[in-house]
Write a protein that binds this ligand. Structure first.
Ligand SMILES: [Zn+2]
Ligand SMILES: [Zn+2]
Length: 209
């Protein structure tokens, strides 16, 4: 059952953090409250602060709401963005190992429209998602999430210097080539960026694919 008072408080905080009220804030707050409930975390900003890691599968509005409600942060390593472009998140209770993946129910939108058939679609959803039962909005699965020690919160377990570009690489994100650590772009020749003026900059090159 939805605690409406708690929902309103979370929504207010989410909107303040995110910058506007949107469907993502409403759905994100609902999803986060549901997820915390499922994994048995009742005080995420206080006593349970270090017991939770959340994997968020979307890099959009709802991620900010989930951040607000759970207190999880990318920089504290308690939030991981795995951008599948899906309105879903997995909550892992580090103390018990219990984990649930919660995802938007494929019929949620249909149910929202049916609840407010006379309203424009966006408005119907804005209202409906503040009232609907969790089970009409979301579905969930019990899952297992192996978390490597380099992905846990806390101090870095590994810091190495790339043998090619000389930049430091933390958290075991380096790749071994011929017994030397390389950063990912240097090891694969594959970066998300390309260099504008390669003549005047160091250009990472593929090393023994
Ligand atoms: Zn938004
Ligand atoms: Zn490098």
């Amino acid at each position: 059952m939805l605690n409406h008072l708690e929902f309103k408080q979370h929504l207010k905080a989410a909107v303040a953090f995110h910058g506007h009220l949107c469907l993502g804030q409403i759905i994100g707050v609902r999803l986060a409250m549901f997820g915390l409930d499922l994994v048995g975390i009742s005080d995420p900003l206080g006593a349970d602060r270090k017991k939770l890691i959340v994997f968020v599968e979307i890099g959009r509005c709802a991620a900010d709401a989930i951040m607000t409600v759970t207190g999880s942060r990318v920089g504290r390593r308690s939030m991981k963005i795995i951008d599948y472009g899906k309105l879903a998140a997995t909550f892992v209770n580090l103390e018990t190992g219990v984990a649930f993946r919660i995802f938007s129910h494929p019929d949620a939108q249909k149910k929202a429209f049916a609840l407010y058939p006379t309203l424009p679609e966006q408005e119907a959803e804005m209202r409906a998602y503040q009232e609907m039962e969790e089970h009409d909005m979301f579905d969930y699965l019990a899952v297992r999430v192996p978390i490597k020690c380099e992905d846990m919160p806390g101090r870095p377990t590994r810091k190495v210097q790339c043998a090619l570009c000389g930049e430091y690489v933390l958290d075991a994100r380096d790749i071994d080539r011929y017994g030397h650590p390389f950063c990912r772009p240097c090891a694969t020749g594959n970066a998300y960026y390309t260099i504008e003026h390669p003549d005047c900059a160091h250009l990472p090159q593929a090393v023994g694919q």
